[in-house]
Design a protein around this ligand. Structure first.
Ligand code: SER
Length: 312
């Protein structure tokens, strides 16, 4: 049977590029994009699009039924920084949307689910260097708590109901097509926009704050890679550690100076510093490498070159 895919949160930072990649691969008519807000006219015209509030089970079921969907990518979520401002709203969105999708899979109305987790599942008691797959996890943000809880439920639905759910703990993601919204790692996107516009950037994290990051093309490849893997090769049904590059604001600034020599960075840390300080610096992703052949491609210099070139 030919695949029919639904992407929830298709207008977001990951969703936009994931939709494009999946449409290229399977054909636009097989990939239904959905979001709570209307996308840009080009986006909406590129293939089937549905307005969808992912917390509305009936609306979701209706779309799955009408479009004969078998695979769902649930990319809608409230990210770390914004979720601290709206804790109960964030919890409701992040958890209800996940249960809705898992329950459809449990009832056999869909066959396969992708759900993103995050480095935010870790907390200040987690070893921060080369953070192992299995380790202490005491997240301190609403977002992190929702992702950790989600991981437990994914594993539970797999074990008890045979749901084929697959997940990755994304690091901070960097891309030029869509601006990110409400994350702690988003400084690493903003910095490129400001470098080109103003030649300087006031960073909301301190110098020396190292975080795990990844260029979006790698993240999309990882997402499609884990979904392509044979069912028996997916040994971890909570979520896989995934690593790309790790750097601090100084290092990204100096990579920008290779192209814009006068670029200046200053620091004015805010509440997001505490969030960043509770997350790992580097990630051990050997399980993803071993189980389904993950390997990152983009380094910092290459990412900076692509970002500056495309944002110009
Ligand atoms: N990039 C996300 C955030 O900063 C982490 O998953 O919230």
């Amino acid at each position: 049977m030919k695949k029919r895919i639904l992407i929830i949160g298709a207008c977001g930072q990951i969703g936009t590029e994931l939709t494009e990649a999946l449409r290229k691969r399977f054909g636009a008519d097989r990939v239904v994009a959905s979001d709570i807000r209307e996308g840009t006219p080009e986006f909406v015209q590129n293939g089937p699009f549905e307005l969808l509030d992912a917390t509305d089970f009936d609306a979701l079921e209706d779309i799955v039924f009408r479009h004969k969907i078998d695979t769902v990518y649930l990319m809608a979520a409230m990210l770390s920084a914004i979720a601290e401002r709206f804790p109960s709203k964030a919890w409701h969105l992040n958890m209800t949307s996940l249960f809705n999708v898992l329950d459809l899979a449990k009832e056999n109305k869909i066959k396969k689910v992708f759900w993103p987790s995050s480095i935010a599942v870790f907390g200040s008691t987690t070893p921060r260097e080369n953070t192992p797959q299995t380790t202490i996890m005491e997240p301190s943000t609403v977002y992190g708590i929702s992702k950790q809880t989600g991981e437990r439920w994914c594993e539970y639905y797999h074990k008890n109901y045979g749901v084929d759910v697959r997940s990755i703990r994304y690091p901070g993601l960097i891309s030029y097509t869509t601006e990110p919204g409400g994350g702690t790692t988003d400084y690493a996107v903003e910095i490129y926009h400001r470098a080109l516009k103003n030649g300087n950037y006031r960073c909301f994290l301190k110098a020396g704050t190292v975080l795990p990051m990844m260029y979006m093309a790698d993240a999309i490849r990882a997402t499609i890679g884990i979904m392509d893997a044979k069912e028996q090769d997916i040994k971890i049904r909570s979520s896989y550690n995934l690593a790309g590059i790790s750097f601090d604001p100084e290092e990204i600034a100096s990579s920008i100076r290779e192209h814009i020599p006068d670029f200046e960075i200053t620091y004015e840390p805010d509440f997001r510093q505490a969030i960043a300080d509770s997350w790992p610096k580097t990630i051990d992703d050997s399980d993803a490498r071993k189980d389904w052949g993950w390997k990152h491609e983009y380094d910092l210099a290459e990412m900076t070159r692509i970002m500056l070139e495309n944002l110009k």
